[in-house]
Design a protein around this ligand. Structure first.
Ligand code: ADP
Length: 168
């Protein structure tokens, strides 16, 4: 997809295991700034995830519905290599709290070295999502807690199914 004419495209990479309302908040903000957004699930085989990369892609697509400005895909290897290959203008990351900062700062500077043409843009979610993470949602769901206010309906359903089948 990359850049057609004067349009600006950003890449939003992440684990998205699974997508939450916090991610969706960032996606909406990114689309207010950029014309197109590539949401890319990092399919790192060394990382232990609850959902496979194709399940994570499917959950993102199901949560966002049809929007021609959005492409959902997955990638392996370095984010910088994928950003370069995709020809994006920027990399989007979400900043929730100060605790995110150190790691994100290091990554952003490293990625700038590797792919100078795509700067990292940090976006902050609405305050109600600043404490929200995929791992917290998984923990709550694992013990049958209520997750509907944190994730879209298709993800809540997938989490319920996943933990039901894991118990058997
Ligand atoms: P990663 O393993 O790459 O951190 P995540 O799916 O946890 O993957 O996060 C992807 C990006 O989305 C990160 O920049 C993270 O800070 C951001 N993010 C995750 N949850 C939220 C949230 N609740 N609000 C804002 N940004 C978030």
């Amino acid at each position: 997809m990359a850049n057609k004419g004067n349009t600006k495209t950003a890449l939003y990479p992440g684990s998205f295991d699974p997508i939450t309302k916090g991610h969706i908040d960032i996606i909406k903000r990114a689309l207010d700034i950029f014309d197109n957004l590539i949401i890319a699930v990092a399919a790192n085989p060394a990382k232990d995830t609850l959902f496979s990369s194709s399940e994570r892609v499917k959950l993102i697509r199901g949560a966002l519905g049809d929007d021609e400005r959005i492409t959902v895909t997955h990638f392996t290897g370095l984010t910088s290599t994928f950003a370069q290959k995709s020809g994006v203008n920027a990399i989007i990351r979400g900043l929730r709290m100060v605790s995110d900062f150190e790691y994100e700062f290091q990554m952003a500077l490293m990625n700038r070295k590797l792919v100078p043409e795509a700067d990292t843009v940090f976006l902050m979610p609405s305050e109600q999502y600043t404490y929200l993470s995929s791992s917290l949602v998984k923990d709550i769901s694992r013990y049958q807690g209520k997750i509907e206010c944190f994730v879209p309906p298709n993800v809540a359903e997938a989490l319920r199914k996943k933990f039901k089948s894991k118990k058997r």
